[in-house]
Design a protein around this ligand. Structure first.
Ligand SMILES: Cc1cc2nc3c(=O)[nH]c(=O)nc-3n(C[C@H](O)[C@H](O)[C@H](O)COP(=O)(O)OP(=O)(O)OC[C@H]3O[C@@H](n4cnc5c(N)ncnc54)[C@H](O)[C@@H]3O)c2cc1C
Ligand SMILES: NC(=O)c1ccc[n+]([C@@H]2O[C@H](COP(=O)([O-])OP(=O)(O)OC[C@H]3O[C@@H](n4cnc5c(N)ncnc54)[C@H](OP(=O)(O)O)[C@@H]3O)[C@@H](O)[C@H]2O)c1
Length: 288
């Protein structure tokens, strides 16, 4: 059931003159919703004028929770979400899972254009350029919705200014789960505005390495196994990963993050942070 079932709903939000008064604290308005599979969707929101963030950071977003059975009071139900749009974009984009019984996403998956979402304007996160020392090649490793922060970074001119080569790997169970990332990469390659901003040919720096683990695709297997065996390096024509050349970001499930951390440390890379830039950084795509 995870074939590409892309359905986009998009209509202009009301003009300022006819703008509805927000009824939620920190409310932003949904401007577009796209359903990619029965488990994945993306959406765009209006952006508060005061919100500044670094590409790759996350914020807390959500909806009002159900009224308390006794007091009737409602509290916001918030979750961490990577901002998938770049810092220069007028709107905010998010890429989301639909957890059938998830407190937030069982409801969030039904949002429509014009609906309101709570957005706490306090961006944070480690998947930022500032947390890495200068390098030549940037690896962006993701599983599942862990692709979201890279959707931001890959549309940020700094990514192409700072590196000679950017390799994005995305491992999902099924082919349909790669669609959001695959379409975004295609759009970036043909983006005239980015070409104007960064320079013609910028997209030649961008390498995309999608893999699936439970459905046939041109490249099967977990990226961790493909790195360990050397197959990924052979496919990409790179000699390996080394601290004097390579920088990396990791965003996926906990087991993936831990496995990849160990692999990178084995190659001699050191974990960095905002306060101490190093060779690689890591962030969970979800708690577990
Ligand atoms: C730093 C950070 C950034 C995040 N960014 C994103 C993002 O950009 N997009 C996004 O969809 N989620 C993201 N998450 C996860 C998000 O915060 C919520 O967990 C998710 O929206 C589900 O919320 P829920 O209330 O429906 O279920 P929850 O009660 O939060 O989760 C229920 C269960 O669903 C599973 N689950 C939760 N999130 C995911 C996921 N993304 N992929 C696969 N399984 C999941 C886990 O097993 C979890 O125990 C992020 C989490 C963290 C910590
Ligand atoms: N994706 C679905 O179709 C689906 C459907 C129903 C329910 N769910 C549930 O939703 C939750 C999240 O599923 P998800 O598919 O989004 O995320 P996930 O389980 O984190 O898997 C995403 C991808 O990461 C790979 N992976 C997992 N651990 C890894 C590791 N240590 N090293 C390298 N790669 C690793 C998986 O490979 P493997 O396939 O080899 O594990 C898969 O390709 C799970 O609890 C799952 O049971 C998922």
């Amino acid at each position: 059931m995870n074939e590409i079932t892309q359905v986009t709903q998009s209509t202009p939000v009301p003009t300022p003159a006819g703008k509805a008064v927000p009824t939620l604290p920190d409310a932003q308005t949904v401007t577009q919703v796209t359903h990619w599979t029965d488990r994945l969707f993306s959406f765009r929101l209006t952006r508060p004028a005061s919100l500044r963030f670094r590409s790759g950071e996350f914020v807390m977003i959500g909806l009002m929770g159900d009224p308390h059975p006794e007091t009737g009071k409602q509290k916001p139900l918030l979750r961490a979400y990577s901002i998938a749009s770049p810092s220069w974009d007028d709107e905010l984009e998010f890429y989301s899972i639909k957890v059938p019984d998830g407190p937030l996403t069982s409801r969030l998956q039904h949002i429509q254009v014009g609906d309101e979402i709570i957005l706490r304007p306090k961006p944070v996160g480690t998947l930022v350029h500032d947390a890495l020392l200068p390098g030549k090649r940037l690896w962006l490793f993701a599983t599942g919705t862990g692709f979201a922060p890279y959707a931001s970074l890959l549309r940020d001119p700094q990514t192409y200014e700072d590196y000679d080569e950017i390799i994005v790997t995305h491992t999902c169970r099924e082919v349909g789960e790669l669609a959001y990332g695959a379409q975004l990469i295609e759009q970036i390659r043909n983006d005239e505005m980015l070409a104007e901003l960064i320079g013609e040919g910028f997209a030649d720096k961008l390498r995309y390495y999608p893999t699936t683990t439970r459905e046939d695709s041109p490249k099967m297997g977990r990226i961790t196994d493909l790195l360990r065996s050397g197959e990924a390096f052979e496919d990409l024509g790179v000699p390996g990963i080394a601290p004097d050349v390579d920088r990396a970001m990791i965003c996926g499930n906990l087991a993936f993050n831990l496995e990849l951390k160990a692999l990178l440390e084995g190659f001699g890379l050191i974990e960095g942070a905002n306060s101490k830039p190093q060779h690689y950084v890591v962030e969970k795509a979800f708690l577990d």
